[in-house]
Design a protein around this ligand. Structure first.
Ligand SMILES: [Zn+2]
Ligand SMILES: [Zn+2]
Length: 146
């Protein structure tokens, strides 16, 4: 239930609820006006208002925290992916250089051992995708602490 004064056009917050059937919520000024024409009593809703306000502020704070966390985690992931990209490209360039030398003589032993070592630096698109997916699902499960 809203805490805004029920008097049309009034944007003030109500501090009391009256004991009429409809349980009107009016700001102090309009409550006084209402009670001049009614015999009802006004009951303070201050505690309920404060509690609701506190909940709203908490939710706002949580969203801000989530934004901060998301940016932080994303930056870390981007940094890691960039690092992997750099070192991966470096390895590829090194191996292209080795292969270029092998190709000059088409040395069978050299190309066999090269092919073997090449397997160890092979980047699988699937495993890469999996790694990124896992990190993303971690981020998503982190945000579910409501
Ligand atoms: Zn009333
Ligand atoms: Zn009012």
């Amino acid at each position: 239930m809203s805490f805004v004064c029920q008097k049309k056009g009034c944007k003030e917050f109500s501090r009391d609820e009256c004991t009429c059937m409809l349980k009107h919520r009016f700001c102090p000024r309009h409550m006084e006006e209402h009670r001049n024409i009614s015999t009802c009593n006004a009951i303070s809703i201050k505690n309920e208002f404060e509690a609701t306000k506190k909940k709203c502020l908490k939710a706002k704070k949580m969203l801000a925290e989530q934004r901060k966390n998301l940016i932080k985690i994303s930056k870390e992931m981007i940094k890691k992916i960039n690092k992997m990209l750099k070192s991966g490209l470096k390895k590829i360039v090194e191996n292209e250089h080795i292969l270029k030398i092998i190709i000059e003589t088409y040395n069978k032993n050299q190309i066999d051992s090269f092919s073997q070592s090449f397997q160890s630096i092979f980047f699988s698109t699937e495993s890469l995708k999996e790694t990124v997916k896992k990190s993303i699902s971690l981020v998503n499960s982190d945000s579910k602490y409501y």
